[in-house]
Each structure stands twice: as C-alpha cells, then as structure tokens.
Write a protein that binds this ligand. Structure first.
Ligand code: PLP
Length: 377
C-alpha cells in the first residue's frame, strides 16, 4: 500500500534540528552520557537551581498542588500572581504589570492585541521570532530595519505615516549579545508618535544595577509610549513572562490579549520561584557576580574572535557551519557545552559559538573554557 499522506514532506525542513535529551545538574549538563560544564543556558544567575528559589517552589506545591486548573479569568488567578506583578512593576519603575505564560505567548498576544491591518510595525531585523510572528499574525504592515540602524528606522518612519505605528526591538539581542539604544528609540517613538515595545528578555537579571535591564539603565521606564516585555524563563530561573506599562495600557491588555485570556494560569510553584528569584536579585550580589564573570571572561579572551558584546551572551564568530560544528564538538570532547548557532537562526556565513556566562561559573570554569577554545579557534 502506498502512503498517500504527504504531510511528512511538508513538515520536513531542509535542515534537521536535533533535540538533545539532556539532564541538568546545576551548572552541569549530561549530553549523550557525558557530563559537560554548561555554557549554553540562559539561566544567567544560576537561580533555577538556587536552594531558596527551589524551596519556595516546593512550598507552593505542598500548599496548592501542581497546576493552576484554569485561566486567570476563570479560577486560576492567585494572590501570588498579584504580588509578583506589583513587585515587578515597582522594581522596573512601571505603573503596572501583567504576568502570563511564556515570552512567546506574551509577544504573540501583545502585538495581536495592539495591531491590525491598518497598523505599521517597525522591527529590527534581528528581533526574536516571537516578535516577528506576533507582527505577522496581527496582519499589520511590517517594515524591517537593518540591525540597530536607527537612522534607517527614522527614514522609514518618515516614509510610512499612519495613525497607529509601533516600533519593536529586543533589548539585549539573543544571538549577538549587543544592545538596542533604548533612549534613542524612545525619542524616535515620541517624535513620530509611535508606541515602543522593548523585549528585554536577555537584559533582565543581567544588565545594570540589580539586573533591572536596559530600559531602567536608559532612564526611561514608566514612559507612557513604552511597553516592556520580559520572560521569567531566563535569569529568573523559572517560567512565564510579563508585560510592563501604564495602568491603562495593562488593563486594556488584560481585556484583550487572547494568549492571556485563553490560556491556563501559571502554576503557583513557578510564580513562587520567580518571587524568590527577584528577592535574590535585589538583596544579594548575584548580579554583581555575573558582571564580574563577564569582565573576567572579556579580559582573558582578548585573543579570541569574539563579536562586540559586553553582556552575558558572548558569541564567537566562526563563519562556516562546519567550523562552528567542529569547534562545538571539540569543546564537548574537552568537557564544555557550547552550542553552534547556524543559519537560519543567524545570517548565512555567520555561524558562531554562542557562549553564555552565568553567575554560577567561577574563574576556573572560565579559564578552562578559554583554554579549550584557544587551542582550537
Ligand atoms: C527567549 C525570548 C523570548 C521567549 O521567551 P520564553 O519565555 O522562552 O517563551 C521572547 N523574546 C526574546 C527576546 C527572547 O530572547
């Protein structure tokens, strides 16, 4: 019998991405049975395994069980969610906050709630897929500008007038580790009467005092033309996401965001974990520890072909896919896990190793990685 079902062809991309089943154990990761030091996680502050964070999550499970059982509007709302929203808003300097599922859900829902086919969206070419897809699903007209090229952005703002215009940008960019100029973006938003969305998923917990991120560092948090998005799945060591803005905007989103309304509320355990993680960022020197590791890495790795970045994301540009794959495999032999990032995640010919540093690493870990890299690239 011939198989007339041809969906497999449709679902089969030219390049297969492999899922690596890997058991994590603190900073270590077991891949194919080999224990490797992990330089591939976005758990920048090592909070996902922090005893206080885990204890808070366990306590929440003991008290209220595992799942939340319903969306927030039905019966899944929890006082802990409100506490987290208040604390995140205060910490980031915004009037209000909405916590929901993942960063992917946040961006899909946010842009769909704000934009329709009459809206024009101006988007950095290297923005995260969730912003790209959110814009696409909203039906808005999308104008992409070259990475960080705000002169080009401005000329496009001049060229495409519309009643509703939204500028969207990552804060710290996930594959390059470089930063958007948030203060200039906001000036452009004001000058051209646009709304600015900054997704600082990678800057939060990693940039600035207490890891408050790029928007606070630029001194523009709480501005009425500005929404900030972030995830609880990276430096917070947990899961979920948040949107920050004025009270009126956040209330509007609560009423309109379909990915908020029609999705099960976060489990109490991950909320309690995120609250404990926020405490750690505020009252301990865990963020400073990460900053020290970044400085130490940069000082020691001067001879390596690093891309310009002063964040926890340190990409090493290798060019061809083979070079990146071989370097990653060499590092695995030496006991280090660093992923090779290839097109289409990055442009053709810009394959790289994406090293992510964590507050959990110590100088010996970093020395070892640099030694393993130095005799190779
Ligand atoms: C990781 C990331 C997301 C997605 O967040 P999740 O909580 O993992 O879904 C969204 N935006 C940016 C910029 C990210 O780096």
């Amino acid at each position: 019998m011939t198989n007339s079902c041809n969906w497999f062809d449709i679902l089969s991309p030219s390049r297969q991405r492999k899922l690596l089943a890997s058991a994590r154990d603190g900073l270590w990761i077991a891949v194919d049975g080999k224990r490797l030091l992990n330089f591939a996680s976005n758990d920048y502050l090592a909070l996902s395994t922090h005893p206080k964070v885990c204890a808070a999550a366990k306590k929440a499970i003991d008290k209220s069980g595992l799942g939340s059982g319903a969306s927030r509007l039905v019966s899944g709302d929890s006082p802990l969610l409100h506490e987290l929203e208040h604390k995140l808003a205060a910490w980031k300097g915004f009037e209000a906050c909405l916590v929901l599922g993942s960063g992917m859900l946040a961006n899909l829902g946010l842009i769909q709630a704000l934009a329709d086919r009459h809206t024009h969206i101006f988007s950095d070419k290297l923005n995260h897929a969730s912003l790209v897809d959110g814009a696409r699903l909203s039906g808005a007209k999308v104008h992409r500008y070259p990475h960080l090229d705000l002169d080009n952005l401005e000329s496009q703002l001049q060229k495409y007038p519309a009643d509703k215009r939204i500028m969207v940008s990552d804060g710290v960019f996930s594959m390059d580790g470089d930063k958007a100029d948030v203060s200039r973006l906001l000036k452009l938003a004001q000058a051209y009467d646009a709304l600015l969305i900054v997704d600082d998923a990678h800057g939060t917990g990693t940039v600035g005092e207490q890891g408050k991120g790029l928007v606070v560092e630029a001194g523009v948090s709480g501005h009425e033309c500005l929404l900030e998005v972030g995830t609880l799945g990276k430096a917070f060591g947990s899961y979920g996401a948040y949107v920050l803005g004025s009270s009126a905007m956040i209330e509007g989103l609560r009423q309109r965001m379909r990915t908020f309304i029609f999705s099960t509320a976060l489990p109490e355990s991950v909320i309690a974990g995120a609250l404990a993680a926020l405490d750690e960022m505020q009252i301990t020197d865990v963020v400073k520890k990460l900053h020290n590791n970044i400085s130490y890495f940069l000082a020691q790795a001067k001879a390596l072909p690093l891309m310009p970045s002063n964040t926890a994301i340190q990409p090493l540009l290798l060019g061809s896919d083979e070079a990146a794959l071989q370097a990653a495999s060499h590092l695995r032999e030496q006991g280090y896990f660093v992923p090779a990032i290839r097109p289409p995640t990055v442009p053709e010919g810009a394959a790289r190793l994406r090293i992510t540093l964590s507050a959990g690493h110590d100088e010996r870990d970093i020395d070892g990685l640099i030694r393993a890299l130095s005799n190779r690239v």
